[in-house]
Structure formats: structure tokens, C-alpha cells
Design a protein around this ligand. Structure first.
Ligand SMILES: Nc1nc2c(ncn2[C@@H]2O[C@H](COP(=O)(O)OP(=O)(O)OP(=O)(O)O)[C@@H](O)[C@H]2O)c(=O)[nH]1
Ligand SMILES: [Mg+2]
Length: 284
């Protein structure tokens, strides 16, 4: 099904290669997924949690694109057994997240979202990466009508800051839906590196302001002068306002949601940086 490339140096990667880190706790099936994709036993798969010790890169290409798949060691709670190896693998995983464009946050369908998963997903979110929540071992679940929707709801309830990230239910063992991952990865990577012109951004800002008026506090109203995109990966917008204190979290969330809707930014964190501008010097 997938075409295999000859081994080449990872320095030769070109710009349209998407780096995908598979992250998640030990034994969730990270290496199994990568093996399924590569179609050979490249990474070690085993029942013993903590088999993978290092981040392992595999270059891979199919009809959907070019990818570097980064297998990582499961991030787990501090263990008494071997703290040094533990610490080392956590650091390697964090480095893998840093290097990635897209993180597949893998969750075990049998367990649902655990505290550890929340921590790991949080790292990817904080790092501003494109994120896909991958629920693995779906083959082990007894399904009825609505099981999938119920799972989705529960996952978003527990990972409430990740409601933008798409969810996919797979089995690395049987290969169920594994081929669907690539369109998702491409979409999320595209959104994560999206750039919008200042004029379009300000049209959207003005429209948003017209729909929901900026808040007032102690008789003062927030004024939004204009915005500009400062950077990508993730999309980061600088918004110039009269008074930072008036830019409440709820209005920030509203604006981010508008941006997500208008620019089709599912699957990526979106950031806003607020800057103050003197009202008199600002005549636009
Ligand atoms: N039933 C079922 N078992 C799976 C699935 N994916 C992985 N497993 C099993 O789960 C165990 C752990 O798989 P690994 O791929 O080694 O897990 P890992 O996340 O790489 O683990 P570490 O490298 O130790 O962090 C193995 O016994 C796999 O066969 C799946 O989709 N369904
Ligand atoms: Mg592994």
C-alpha cells in the first residue's frame, strides 16, 4: 500500500516534509502504529511498558505526502525503578515534540484519558503544535450505537483546552483507519502554518467586534485598533488595544473562536498577544 523510500540522511528533508511525533504513555501503541505505517518491524514493539527508550525517526512517503515519523518513549510518572533513564526519555520526548509539526497524542481506548495523558497532551498544546488525538486499541472495545460519540464527549470534557483537536479512533494492531491519518495530518499541518494577510485579518476582527461588542470595565470600554499576524506554527496574532486590562479572557476566547471559524483553524493552537497603543497616535 505504501511506497518505501531508500534510507537517506534526515538532513535531506525538504520543506514539504511533515514531521509527526507520536506521543503518549508507555504501552499505548506508539511503536505499533509506526510499524503499521512502515509495514515492517522498525521500532521495537513489546508488552513491556517503556520498551522504546529513544526518539526514533523514520522517513516515509506515500501518495498523500512526505513524512518523518518520530517514535518516542512513553512519558510516564516518575518511577523509583530507574529515574535516570526515566528523566532521559522524558527529555527526549519533549525534544521530539519541539521538532515536530504535528503531534499525535495517543490515548488507550481501554483506559480513556488519564492524568498522564492530560500532561502529555498539555506539552504538545503548550509547544503550539498541530494536534490530533488518536484513540488506539479501538479493536478491544465493545461497540454499540453511539459509543464513538460518547468517547469523543468524554475526551473533550477531560482535555477541555484541546477541543480544537480532531479525534480519530484507530487500531494500530488491525490497521483500522490508519490510512485516514494522513489527510488529517496534512490538514492540521497546513492550519498550524497558516498565514493570513493583515487586511483579511482586520476584516474578521471588525466583523467580530460588530457581532459582540468588546467589554467594558468600570466605565471604560475595550477598544481594538487592529491586528496583525506575528508568526506561524502556531498562528499567532498581535492585537493592538487601548487598555490591556480590559482585554478579558472571555473576549480573547471569543476572538480565537472567530479566527478558528473564519480561517478554518481546527487542529492547531491559536495565540493572541495583546499590545497597548496610545489612542491619540492611532487614527485608523
Ligand atoms: N489490541 C491492541 N493491541 C495493541 C494495539 N496497538 C498496540 N497494541 C499492543 O500494545 C502493546 C504495546 O505496544 P507498543 O507499540 O510497544 O507501545 P508503545 O506506546 O510503543 O510503548 P513504549 O515504547 O513502551 O512507550 C503491544 O503488546 C502491542 O501489541 C491495538 O491497536 N490493539
Ligand atoms: Mg514504543
Amino acid at each position: 500500500m505504501y511506497e518505501h523510500l531508500p534510507e537517506k540522511s534526515l538532513d535531506e528533508e525538504d520543506d514539504n516534509t511533515i514531521k509527526v511525533a507520536v506521543i503518549g504513555k508507555p504501552n499505548v501503541g506508539k511503536s505499533s502504529l509506526i510499524n503499521k505505517i512502515l509495514g515492517e518491524n522498525r521500532s521495537i514493539v513489546s508488552d513491556i511498558a517503556g520498551t522504546t527508550r529513544d526518539a526514533i525517526d523514520s522517513q516515509f512517503e506515500n501518495e498523500k505526502g512526505k513524512y518523518i515519523l518520530i517514535d518516542t518513549a512513553g512519558i510516564r510518572r516518575k518511577s523509583k525503578v530507574n529515574e535516570n533513564i526515566e528523566k532521559y526519555s522524558v527529555i527526549r520526548s519533549l525534544l521530539a515534540i519541539e521538532r515536530a509539526d504535528v503531534c499525535l497524542v495517543m490515548i488507550d481506548a481501554n483506559e480513556g484519558v488519564t492524568e498522564q495523558d492530560t500532561k502529555i497532551a498539555g506539552e504538545a498544546h503548550e509547544a503550539g503544535k498541530g494536534i490530533i488525538i488518536v484513540v488506539n486499541k479501538w479493536d478491544e472495545i465493545d461497540k454499540e450505537t453511539g459509543t464513538l460519540e460518547k468517547y469523543k464527549k468524554e475526551i473533550y470534557a477531560k482535555l477541555s483546552y484541546l477541543t480544537y483537536a480532531p479525534i480519530i479512533f484507530i487500531s494500530a494492531k488491525t490497521g483500522q483507519r490508519v490510512d485516514k491519518l494522513f489527510d488529517m495530518i496534512n490538514n492540521v499541518a497546513k492550519q498550524n502554518s497558516m498565514r493570513v494577510s493583515t487586511s483579511v485579518l482586520n476584516e474578521v476582527i471588525n466583523e467580530a467586534i460588530a457581532i459582540v461588542q468588546p467589554p467594558t470595565d468600570k466605565g471604560k470600554r475595550l477598544k481594538i485598533f487592529y491586528g496583525t499576524q506575528a508568526s506561524t506554527k502556531p498562528p499567532t496574532f498581535v492585537i493592538f488595544v487601548n487598555n490591556k486590562e480590559l482585554f478579558h479572557f472571555s473576549y480573547e476566547r471569543y476572538l480565537i473562536n472567530q479566527f478558528r471559524k473564519e480561517f478554518e483553524l481546527q487542529g492547531t493552537p491559536v495565540r493572541i498577544i495583546v499590545r497597548e497603543k496610545n489612542e491619540k497616535e492611532e487614527k485608523i
